[in-house]
Design a protein around this ligand. Structure first.
Ligand SMILES: NC(=O)c1ccc[n+]([C@@H]2O[C@H](COP(=O)([O-])OP(=O)(O)OC[C@H]3O[C@@H](n4cnc5c(N)ncnc54)[C@H](O)[C@@H]3O)[C@@H](O)[C@H]2O)c1
Length: 330
């Protein structure tokens, strides 16, 4: 597994990057980070890139490859990628495939990227067949988490990260779950972020290629993806998964006797975050079934789903499309 480096300030980040990188390297930054003016102190060359979920596609990958060619990057050089999950997924795919692969370091700049997207080696982009349908598994050299970068994050983006973190708690840590649901101000401390990262890393260590345990990280995402697509992405990924987890917690109670108290605590947490707790599906059942069939976890008439017996006790079971559709209709 790559080394995780934790830094508090952007000053330390610049020092680390300058000290660790050969001068021929390239630093690619999310354009949202221009306000930090990090680049004026970098030794290596840099470029800012504006990316979004809508432009997380092959066209942007081509642009990134072109930047790499124009920078005369060779296989012995390195790329440092600083940004949110979209930026990290795109650039680490581009780095993994450019001249058959150059080494890269990830510097996540959103909470979601810190606790999730920068760990586990998945990269890629979207195409007409859905989100992240093209990609590779390839680990970075290191992940540098700089907490000061979170200071400028918009509340909505911060809360999207909290949803993945509370999911890490539900599947792997009572401590994280209870810390989150009992925070008054929704902002969390660096200790909880580090613990969240540890949950993901422990799972990935055991099942890098997602043949078993790594699927636990999909908790809430089966129904979350349905909601996200039904809403035509008007709900953010975090908002959709947040509601998806309510449905999947209810299914957990039905199949595995998950205590109601866990569901109540989770719902009161969503209230604190000012998140929606329900969703009216707009599309036909046939449309939803098509989405379900396209799910990587689906078989012909059922889908593998993660349900909990309790906090930190996930199970992977197969449930029929019929049952899933019935649940979301009620
Ligand atoms: N590879 C993986 O294992 C993995 C895991 C989870 C999610 N993802 C991917 O991550 C993406 C979502 O990531 P995200 O939530 O970080 O969204 P994002 O990358 O779109 O970032 C959210 C917004 O915050 C801005 N931003 C970034 N850093 C900032 C900062 N420090 N201050 C102010 N604004 C900043 C971005 O420009 C963007 O507008 C999705 O595409 C998802 O597929 C990947």
């Amino acid at each position: 597994m790559p080394k995780n480096i934790y830094l508090n300030s952007t000053e330390e980040l610049i020092k680390h990057i300058n000290g660790d990188l050969p001068n021929e390297s390239l630093i690619i930054l999310d354009s949202a980070l221009e306000q930090f003016q990090l680049h004026s102190n970098f030794n290596a060359s840099h470029v800012y890139l504006e990316v979004s979920e809508e432009t997380k596609n092959l066209e942007t990958i081509e642009k990134i490859w072109e930047i790499m060619f124009l920078s005369n990057l060779n296989r012995s050089d390195e790329v440092v990628i600083i940004g949110g999950g979209v930026m990290l997924d795109l650039c680490s795919f581009a780095a993994s495939t450019y001249k058959r692969g150059v080494a890269f370091t990830l510097v996540p700049s959103t909470l979601l990227a810190m606790v999730d997207a920068s760990h586990g080696g998945k990269n890629g982009f979207n195409n007409v067949h859905g989100k992240n349908q093209i990609g590779t598994f390839n680990l970075p050299k290191s992940v540098v988490v700089c907490f000061e970068l979170l200071n400028t994050l918009k509340d909505n983006d911060y809360k999207d990260g909290l949803i993945e973190l509370v999911k890490h708690g539900l599947i792997g840590s009572k401590e994280i779950f209870h810390t989150l649901v009992s925070t008054e101000n929704f902002k969390i401390d660096t200790k909880t972020i580090k613990k969240g990262i540890q949950i993901k890393e422990d799972i990935v260590k055991e099942d890098y290629l997602e043949t078993g345990k790594r699927k636990y990280l999909n908790f809430g995402h089966t129904i979350g993806h349905l909601i996200e697509q039904d809403s035509k992405f008007n709900l953010s990924h975090g908002e959709a998964v947040a509601i998806g987890m309510i449905y999947e917690l209810e299914l957990s109670k039905k199949h595995f006797g998950l205590p109601q108290e866990v569901i109540d605590l989770y719902i009161s947490y969503l209230e604190k975050l000012d998140f929606k707790k329900s969703y009216e599906f707009e599309n036909s059942i046939d449309y939803l079934l098509e989405i379900l069939k396209d799910d990587k976890k689906s078989k012909s008439d059922s889908v593998d789903i993660v349900l909990l017996s309790d906090i930190s006790q996930p199970n992977l079971i197969s449930i029929s499309f019929d049952e899933l559709i019935e649940v979301i209709q009620n």
